[in-house]
Write a protein that binds this ligand. Structure first.
Ligand code: TRP
Length: 332
């Protein structure tokens, strides 16, 4: 990949979990050395469906998660969405470039409306959050967005807005972008079926204690027909193997385990033991760094303040170009 500008972020509705790690954090970690990366704490977007006190509290939590996994503030611009008013202003103008019908067809929004049981009582801000997401991405002229698979429709909608705006402007002011989605697909919860998510209550947080990790692995679904060790076992749909695929770097080792398990003679406790070691190893340093960082929240807020100031400068430049294209530059 040539050098990209990257904009990505997370709604601050709760701390991050293993699903985020596999879905986007790993890609962001890989990108921070080669690209210009903006990481946004999407507190304003979180307000479209979450109480403000929860959103406020989780700005620091998600920031701690970013720093604890190793996203380096010297390499990334980490900032708070609501503190960049240029994004709201861009959203306002972009709102005229989409129809309500198109927003209602957005598969992610549609699914969330169903899950939250909004029926017709959808907050307008919630329905329109893909538009604010288009503003987030285009404000930074981002050409790549590392996100989980569920966010792909947001990128599609962003590109539609970009094309419509550029056509109206008569020149290519905004840039089209692409989603960078991991090949592995979304991580399930311990039952191996439902996706891991905060709302499902099946998530293992990146700050999980050793005991929480043990309990999580214990609770994992394997194969209900694998009753005796010598019975042949199913690998597909087996949550432990899905997790081993995601977290065990030695692929041939996992292949061997799978072969033995299929044949019969490999106990669930053995594969769970392997997985538990991997997860403990992964989370321990994250948890420790997080505990250390959490001792000095003022330092974390200072990082966010500096990042937000940088982000504002970039977003302001794009906003000025957009307003000028819309002939909203009366005094310049
Ligand atoms: N929608 C994302 C989430 O639910 C957060 C987000 C807001 C985002 N704006 C973005 C992600 C721009 C990528 C790019 O977590």
């Amino acid at each position: 990949m040539t050098s990209h500008i990257i904009l990505t972020g997370d709604r601050t509705t709760g701390p991050l979990h293993l699903g985020h790690f596999v879905g986007s954090l790993q890609n962001r970690l890989a990108f921070q050395d080669k690209h210009t990366q903006f990481l946004m704490l999407a507190d304003a977007q979180a307000l479209t469906d979450t109480d403000h006190d929860v959103v406020h509290r989780n700005v620091l939590e998600v920031a701690l998660d970013y720093l604890a996994v190793g996203l380096d503030p010297a390499k990334n611009t980490i900032f708070i969405q609501s503190q960049v008013p240029e994004l709201s202003e861009l959203t306002y103008y972009f709102m005229n470039l989409v129809t309500v019908a198109r927003l209602e067809r957005n598969p992610t929004v549609k699914e969330e409306i169903r899950q939250k049981n909004f029926q017709r009582d959808i907050p307008a801000g919630f329905l329109a959050y893909p538009v604010s997401q288009a503003a987030d991405i285009t404000a930074f002229k981002a050409t790549a967005v590392p996100v989980g698979a569920d966010q792909a429709p947001m990128i599609e909608q962003t590109n539609e807005i970009v094309r419509r705006f550029n056509t109206q402007a008569g020149k290519d002011i905004l840039l089209e972008t692409r989603a960078i989605i991991p090949q592995t697909g979304r991580l399930p919860g311990p039952d191996g079926k439902a996706k891991m998510s905060k709302s499902q209550g099946n998530a293992l947080h990146l700050s999980a204690s050793p005991d929480e990790i043990t309990q999580f692995v214990k609770s994992m679904y394997t194969d209900s027909k694998h009753l005796k060790i010598n019975d042949p076992g199913q690998v597909s749909g087996n949550a432990v193997f899905t997790f081993l695929d995601a977290f065990e770097p030695d692929i041939s080792f996992v292949d061997d385990l799978k072969a033995k398990y299929r044949k019969g003679g490999l106990a669930d406790s053995v594969i769970k033991q392997h997985l538990e070691v991997r997860l403990q190893e992964l989370i321990e340093p994250i948890r420790n760094r997080r505990l250390e960082l959490a001792k000095d929240p003022a330092h974390v807020m200072q990082i966010l303040k500096a990042g937000t100031a940088r982000a504002r400068t970039v977003a302001a430049t794009t906003l000025a170009e957009v307003k000028s294209a819309l002939e909203l530059d009366y005094f310049s």
